[in-house]
Design a protein around this ligand. Structure first.
Ligand code: GBH
Length: 508
């Protein structure tokens, strides 16, 4: 009798386990979290740091940020970095992705003067991680350009590529003995389109249809130079790798018409391939169709030459293949149409150039941010698409996460649902043969969410922004992620810890 009960329990347990992915992530797969300097550090003018474009603009006109806040103090990680590393240990992270503040190291933007206090801060931060075997992954540029360089045109100045190379060399020589994964830029489209082709990010240049194309070329060239510098002068002794991080929304066609498939292709060209084709595609150069469209429209609009720059043959060859891996940020997706969901786009602008519309499906699970949805299979689809388009590169998911409200419960079930789904999709992509090497959750902790200030929260740890200590408290998602890392499997979304106390496990 007893035996048969036991057996039937075992049978039920086995049966209910079947639909779930029980496979483990590969041994060399690394799990981490990601942050960015301006979003967490604070200490905006401490110890000789120079002003960046966010300092400058949020102080000049606080109303540009929804809640009129800024990153002056943010999560105060400049002073709390030891607590941050303690949280990494609590989670059991293999790696931690963070960005360097260019003007904290080079206050004027140029290497004539290196700010030793800024260098000390990053040295301490990195050493603290390494003490506990947490691998530092560094983004050189996550949106906080030195204001002095913006006054010279920033990414629209053709000399930008040299400024960036000079800065990258300083970073490699200071930290490259310990940092083995380098990301040049975080999300080119968000830098170029949002910063220079619209008003949705600093420096809000709003040169629609022009700024984003100028920026695209100089960013790509800057990346190429930073890569070659590393490859020629640092990699031989330091032995690390260098790549670029892009953000992909998963774009799916509205209908199965050819026109809508084409609209999706144009969205992909305009929002990420513009920046990655020159580096990752075997032919190099900007996407051909987009270049032709912009050249044609520019002529019709009375411009003597295309608003989109091109590469000389020498430049094209120079930047092609300048990568060791591809960084992918992925959050959400859209439905794209050749005819519907269009808004009156500015003329000229990149969206007027491609002339497509997009929307969302309101049945998708929705986060706090207006753009943030859980779209079925979106990460899996992005990974397999990139694998195809770029000949199977090593890929790291360098960000992915879920937005919640500031007053939301610490039992953040939707965020856990999101992460649980993402884990399953990554295992499926690995099964499919994608060379996926790691995953970094955005974010370790709540931080300054750009134009949305502190009104949207992405942290595994909640931060109390009203407390002087910026107290950090783990959410359910932190316990969930810890369990993923402990078991190295796709843990089910209904996981609950035995008790909600965070401890550092042995060996971390
Ligand atoms: C990431 O970008 C950033 O790298 C990170 O710094 C940020 O904190 C995180 O997202 C969360 O937002 O409707 O015009 O406002 C993710 C890609 C692209 C998503 C721009 C939000 C906003 C478009 N982002 N998008 S808009």
């Amino acid at each position: 009798m007893k035996l048969s009960i036991l057996l039937s329990v075992l049978v039920i347990a086995a049966a209910s386990a079947v639909p779930r992915q029980q496979r483990q992530f590969p041994d060399d797969f690394i799990f981490g979290t990601a942050t960015a300097s301006y979003q967490i550090e604070g200490a905006w003018d401490e110890d000789g740091k120079g002003e960046n474009i966010w300092d400058y603009n949020t102080h000049r006109d606080p109303t540009i940020i929804v809640d009129q806040s800024n990153g002056d103090v943010a999560a105060d990680s400049y002073h709390n970095y030891k607590r941050d590393v303690e949280m990494m240990r609590e989670l059991g992270l293999d790696c931690y992705r963070f960005s360097l503040s260019w003007p904290r190291i080079l206050p004027s933007g140029f290497p004539n003067h290196i700010n030793q206090a800024g260098v000390d801060f990053y040295n301490n931060y990195i050493d603290e991680m390494l003490k506990y075997n947490i691998q530092p992954i560094v983004t050189l540029y996550h949106w906080d350009l030195p204001q002095k360089l913006q006054e010279l045109g920033g990414f629209t100045n053709p000399l930008f590529e040299e400024w960036f190379e000079d800065y990258a060399r300083v970073a490699y020589s200071l930290f490259g003995d310990r940092v083995k994964l380098w990301i040049t830029f975080n999300e080119p489209k968000e830098i170029c389109y949002q910063g220079y082709g619209s008003v949705t990010k600093m420096p809000q240049v709003n040169a629609t249809g022009i700024g984003e194309y100028l920026c695209a070329k100089h960013l790509v060239m800057g990346h190429g130079r930073a890569y070659h510098s590393y490859n020629n002068d640092f990699k031989p002794s330091q032995g690390g790798q260098c790549g670029l991080t892009i953000n992909l929304q998963w774009y799916m066609p509205d209908t199965d018409s050819e026109e809508d498939a084409h609209a999706v292709d144009l969205m992909n060209q305009a929002t990420w391939a513009l920046y990655t084709d020159p580096i990752y595609s075997p032919e190099g150069g900007f996407p051909k169709e987009l270049s032709e469209i912009v050249a044609k429209k520019s002529a019709e609009q009375g411009y003597p030459r295309s608003r989109m720059l091109s590469f000389t043959d020498e430049e094209r060859v120079y930047v092609q293949g300048t990568y060791d891996f591809l960084g992918l940020n992925h959050y959400s997706g859209n439905i794209v149409s050749a005819t519907r969901y269009k808004e009156p786009y500015a003329v000229p602008s990149i969206y007027d150039d491609i002339d497509v519309g997009w929307t969302v499906n309101e049945s998708w699970l929705k986060g706090q941010a207006a753009w943030n949805y859980l779209v079925p299979n979106s990460l899996y689809n992005c990974l397999t698409l990139l694998r195809q388009r770029y000949n199977d590169p090593d890929i790291y998911v360098t960000e992915s996460g879920w937005s919640g409200a500031p007053d939301a419960s610490l039992i953040d079930e939707d965020r856990v649902t999101y992460y649980a789904t993402i884990m399953e999709q990554m295992l499926a992509a690995i099964d499919e043969g994608v060379k996926l090497k790691g995953y970094m959750a955005w974010s370790l902790l709540d931080n300054f969410e750009w134009m949305k200030g502190y009104t949207e929260r992405f942290g595994l740890y909640a931060v109390e922004f009203s407390s002087p200590e910026r107290t950090r408290t783990p959410r359910l998602s932190a316990f969930f992620y810890k369990e993923v890392l402990r078991t190295r499997t796709a843990v089910a979304a209904d996981y609950r810890p035995e008790e909600f106390t965070m401890k550092i496990d042995e060996g971390h």
